[in-house]
Unconditional design. Structure first.
Length: 163
């Protein structure tokens, strides 16, 4: 079973549990190989996510995953908030960061490079429109390997995260 199939299975199992507990499933990472893998599940909510919330979700998912066995072999489960420098798992998540600084890593080079860091100016029709070092860059979401929000002003980020 390939990683994408495992992640899809984990998502199908986790989403209803996470939603029932009052949170949103932000995304899932599957890392490692061989002896023991790591399943990292990101949850979010408009009010934020506490350590206790992560522990509650983890306990529920651990029981479910023990029964359903969605990952071949041994694995560790970690439940976390996506944090201030949140990774984007979908185009829609990235599109929600228009006007913010982002880092994007592509699967293959575009205009001779794979890594881009700049302001996300727009996102539509499956493409991210960035300003990188004063120059425009158009990145097709289909080529994105990783993307995340970048906090450029820590003090402003802290003020924005307060209720």
């Amino acid at each position: 079973m390939d990683d994408r199939s495992i992640i899809d299975r984990l998502e199908a199992l986790a989403r209803p549990v996470v939603n029932t507990l009052g949170y949103q499933l932000w995304g899932i990472e599957l890392t490692g190989g061989g002896g023991r893998r790591l399943v990292r599940i990101y949850i979010d909510s408009p009010e934020g996510v506490s350590i206790e919330a992560c522990a509650v979700v983890s306990r529920h998912l651990s029981v479910l995953f023990d029964v359903e066995d969605p990952v071949p072999g041994a694995f560790n489960l970690e439940v976390s908030s996506p944090g201030l420098e949140r990774p984007f798992f979908t185009f829609e998540q990235a599109a929600g960061a228009v006007g913010e600084a982002v880092e994007v890593q592509l699967r293959e080079p575009l205009s001779g490079r794979k890594n881009f860091k700049g302001r996300l100016d727009a996102a539509h029709d499956g493409e991210l429109y960035l300003t990188v070092d004063g120059h425009p860059a158009v990145l097709p979401w289909s080529l994105v390997k990783k993307a995340r929000l970048v906090i450029t002003d820590w003090a402003a980020a802290m003020r924005a995260s307060r209720p």
